[in-house]
Design a protein around this ligand. Structure first.
Ligand SMILES: [Zn+2]
Length: 210
């Protein structure tokens, strides 16, 4: 026989269990901010990063239910001629946000881009060129560079090669639209859920399966 008391207890436990996995629980993303020891900084550039660009980025991810759990370290972006860059100081268990002065030519190819997000030798990497990076400027057009690059990782673009042509352009516009929603309306949309999936994939790639 199922008494009323047990039904109430069961419901309460069910409610508590639901709260334990509430969909609005913030998702923590481990981020390693790596400063390139070889970069030639302009005056005030690192201050602008730590006092404006990064705090804007962290604030808006937080508004979207994602906590950037950041640690900081140093590394190097070496640029051997005609070869892939050699980047050190990376953390295999985190999304690495490497701050340098400019993107190495092998990856930039004359485009003067502000950032690249890619899987680099199994590391998750956002490489950000502070000579070109900026905070939020114009909705949908010029959003915070760190937010833009981190979204490429968290939304899963990092696991695919960049599509060419219009599809690639559409992907960039989509990232800027999502960054704008975070910035202007604090609307995270599916960012939190994507971050949950992303962190699972990051852990799966780092921790060996048993
Ligand atoms: Zn992009």
């Amino acid at each position: 026989m199922v008494s009323y008391y047990y039904v109430v207890v069961d419901r309460r436990e069910f409610l508590l269990a639901s709260l334990a996995v509430a969909p609005d629980t913030p998702v923590e993303v481990p981020v390693r901010v790596v400063i390139d020891r070889d970069a030639k900084w302009r005056p005030g550039q690192l201050k602008d990063l730590s006092e404006r660009i990064w705090p804007e980025c962290a604030r808006d991810f937080r508004r979207g239910g994602v906590v950037l759990k950041a640690s900081r370290g140093e590394g190097r972006v070496e640029r051997p001629h005609g070869r892939e860059p050699v980047i050190s100081g990376l953390d295999p268990a985190a999304l690495n946000a490497v701050m340098t002065d400019r993107i190495p030519e092998e990856w930039d190819r004359g485009r003067a881009i502000a950032g690249v997000t890619t899987l680099y030798r199994d590391y998750h990497l956002c490489l950000i060129a502070l000579h070109r990076a900026h905070g939020y400027r114009i909705p949908f057009v010029a959003v915070n560079t760190c937010t833009h690059e981190l979204l490429h990782a968290i939304l899963g673009d990092i696991f695919e090669s960049k599509p060419k042509g219009m599809t690639g352009e559409w992907r960039e516009s989509r990232i800027d639209a999502i960054a704008t929603k975070l910035w202007c309306w604090g609307d995270g949309g599916m960012v939190r859920e994507s971050a949950r999936v992303y962190v699972d994939r990051l852990k799966a790639s780092y921790y060996p399966r048993t």
